[in-house]
Design a protein around this ligand. Structure first.
Ligand SMILES: [Zn+2]
Length: 395
């Protein structure tokens, strides 16, 4: 469907006197401001339901979007990728009808890739030099966290990565997934495996790699809405998404930083009401929305500790009742906070371990094959949608 829309924009536009334009979402721009700027009716926003209004708050500065105009310079279609880029906001108009807005899934290619290289500067720098992907470099370093000291690697160390990547029109589309990787120091081979049933990285012994962990940011009554990346709603006949967990709690309940980090945003955000954002290590960031107010000392640029009071539960923005909307992002892509909230790391045992061992044997063979071939994939274009908030926050 969207592929068709793209074709319309790219090709049919030439034939029928229509015109496609690229734009970039401005810093501080809200969906309402965007409608005003383009003389589009505000009803396109007010007509959205609550979940969709939250989604409209998920358009980031720097996002590239497309406007297709007709013969009289009138807007025919607009496509704006939202957060992960899996969904996009599509505004369109048939000839003399009113504008309609809906969320539609985006088209992308998913490909399995291999990367083999010898240490030059550091694995992080080398991966960027070879693939043009900071996302892949970061994911690689994260995946080995605590298992290898990358600063102490010797010349001649060889790396093998098997990964999955989504691209769209030749550009990175979301975080790559490293399925398996090996660091061969010539005296020892160290592995990591992404184990799908657990959704986490493990070493060769089936021990979970210590990654980034969060705490639940408040004492809540119940989860009023779970995380949903993208789901077709058969009754409403449309795509729904919810990029966070909603925790119901009374107004004034203390909200705490889910992890150590640097505050990157304090203030109102369209749809989300009073909002706090915190950048954490490894490209992670968290978002706390619909707040009643902020902790006194909280301001942009402040470093906070895990568990430090940052704000209070409220009902601001588009909200049906007092709750905290808690979002987690990795390189600005929404991920399920439930996968990262954890108490202790675990090791696989028993039947699980047997299954894991079978899986890793297969992956090790694939790694050995890749190493023998020595593949370097074609370079991708730059990442299309995202200005990296976490990176900016570190500098
Ligand atoms: Zn929510």
């Amino acid at each position: 469907m969207i592929r068709i829309i793209f074709f319309i924009i790219l090709f049919v536009s030439l034939a029928f006197g229509t015109r496609a334009e690229d734009h970039y979402w401005e810093k501080g721009e809200t969906f309402l401001k965007f409608l005003e700027k383009n003389s589009l009716p505000f009803s396109l926003y007010w007509g959205l339901d609550i979940e969709d209004k939250e989604m409209a708050a998920e358009i980031y500065a720097g996002t590239k979007y497309y406007i297709l105009r007709g013969d009289e310079d009138d807007i025919r279609q607009i496509l704006i990728p939202v957060a992960s880029g899996e969904l996009q906001l599509h505004i369109y108009k048939e000839k003399d009808e009113d504008y309609t807005v809906q969320f539609t899934p985006a088209a992308y290619q998913e490909s399995e890739k291999e990367l083999v290289f010898k240490l030059q500067l550091s694995p992080y720098q080398d991966i960027i030099a070879l693939t043009n992907s900071t996302l892949l470099a970061r994911e690689f370093v994260n995946s080995f966290q605590g298992n290898i000291d990358f600063k102490r690697l010797r010349e001649g160390t060889e790396f093998v990565l098997l990964y999955k990547e989504k691209t769209r029109l030749g550009s990175h589309f979301s975080n790559p997934l490293i399925k398996a990787a090996m660091v061969d120091t010539k005296s020892k081979k160290e592995y990591v495996f992404y184990y799908e049933p657990k959704g986490r990285y493990y070493n060769n012994d089936g021990k979970e790699i210590e990654g980034f962990f969060l705490m639940t940011p408040l004492k809540y009554t119940r989860i009023s809405s779970p995380f949903t990346l993208k789901r077709w709603h058969p009754v409403l006949q449309k795509y729904r998404a919810h990029y966070g967990i909603d925790y119901a709690a009374p107004i004034g309940t203390q909200v705490k930083a889910a992890g150590d980090g640097k505050v990157t945003f304090v203030g109102p955000q369209n749809g989300y009401g009073k909002t706090v954002k915190i950048a954490h290590e490894g490209g992670y960031s968290t978002l706390y929305a619909h707040l009643n107010g902020f902790a006194k000392s909280l301001k942009n640029g402040k470093y906070v500790k895990k568990g430090e009071l940052i704000a209070y539960v409220g009902n601001t923005g588009v909200s049906t009742g007092p709750h905290l909307h808690f979002g987690l992002y990795k390189s600005n892509q929404p991920i399920n906070p439930a996968s990262v909230i954890k108490v202790a790391k675990s090791a696989l045992s028993g039947k699980e371990k047997t299954e894991f061992n079978k899986y890793t044997e297969v992956m090790k063979e694939k790694i050995a094959e890749a190493q023998a071939k020595g593949v370097i994939p074609e370079m991708d274009g730059s990442f299309v949608y995202v200005i990296d908030i976490a990176d900016n926050a570190d500098s």
